[in-house]
Design a protein around this ligand. Structure first.
Ligand SMILES: NC(=O)c1ccc[n+]([C@@H]2O[C@H](COP(=O)([O-])OP(=O)(O)OC[C@H]3O[C@@H](n4cnc5c(N)ncnc54)[C@H](OP(=O)(O)O)[C@@H]3O)[C@@H](O)[C@H]2O)c1
Length: 247
């Protein structure tokens, strides 16, 4: 029986690959993001049955909009993949001092990586099916830092959130897990900031000597959504070619 999966950040990169994997299995997929042109093109590529909702999940209203769509169109949701996230690349507003800039970066980063997940998950909780699946997207940066403080810390905040979701929703058969990718190519994550030297360094850290792909991450997301994974909950699962262990 087809399930309904909502994937935030599903217009690009890892989120798109997750949506593609669920669609390939015959599930109904709903992708969300802020850019309508990107979502429209991606939903068309995903094929008939794929839908999109334009929503800024950094605000509660974005969560409400997605939840209302799922309730109206499908009567609920089975799988929530909260992929939306990333690095804040806009400079802090002019006129402030260094502390204002740090405060702005942390606030935006927490909003992009923590609140997007919280607004989506909390908004759909009332319509989440029994035996539903919640997938949060962290990063290797949650374990080894991200250099700027804010991104790794924001991702780490998702870990105990998954434990509490597992505790509260586990009696209904719902699982909540965190997927923590390492360097993953073919996404918009790095913008134009990646250099050949940095890429080579990131690959060198892995034990299998290759970059991750969105499909590597999507396969894990799909497996965690399967009935067979019903006893796997409150876990942080890393997909990074052993990059953390090999440091
Ligand atoms: N690529 C990597 O190496 C890597 C490694 C570890 C973890 N991750 C994590 O994996 C997840 C997917 O990232 P990606 O690599 O696939 O990068 P990506 O291509 O940049 O995808 C991020 C997605 O999040 C959406 N998004 C950002 N802010 C949003 C908001 N406020 N509301 C709604 N949607 C929002 C973006 O769409 P709009 O801009 O249209 O809103 C975009 O589709 C992220 O959580 C990222 O932190 C990535």
């Amino acid at each position: 029986m087809p399930r309904t999966a909502v994937i935030s950040g599903g217009g690009t990169g890892i989120g798109y690959a997750v949506a593609e994997r669920f669609a390939a299995a015959g599930d109904r997929v709903v992708i969300t993001g802020r850019r309508e042109d990107v979502l429209r093109a991606s939903a068309a590529r995903l094929g008939e049955g794929a839908a999109y909702v334009v929503a800024d999940l950094g605000e509660p209203e974005g969560g409400r909009r997605v939840a209302d769509f799922l309730a109206d169109e499908y009567g609920g949701v089975d799988i929530v993949a909260a992929c939306a996230g990333g690095i804040e690349r806009r400079p802090a507003p002019e006129g402030g001092d260094a502390l204002d800039a740090v405060s702005w970066d942390w606030t935006q980063t927490l909003r992009m990586n923590v609140m997007t997940a919280v607004h989506l998950v909390e908004a759909v909780k009332p319509i989440l099916a029994d035996h539903g699946r919640l997938l949060l997207f962290s990063s290797i940066a949650a374990f080894m830092g991200s250099g700027n403080g804010s991104y790794g810390a924001a991702k780490a905040a998702l870990h105990p959130y998954a434990v509490d979701l597992s505790r509260h929703l586990g009696p209904r058969g719902v699982t909540a897990n965190v997927i923590a990718p390492g360097y993953t190519e073919a996404t918009e994550f790095f913008g134009d900031s990646m250099t050949e030297e940095r890429r080579a360094g990131l690959i060198d850290r892995t034990l299998n000597k290759r970059a991750g792909t969105p499909a590597d991450v999507a396969e894990l997301a799909f497996w965690l959504s399967e009935p067979a994974a019903g006893h796997v909950t409150a876990q942080i699962v890393q997909v990074n070619g052993g990059a953390l262990a090999g440091r």
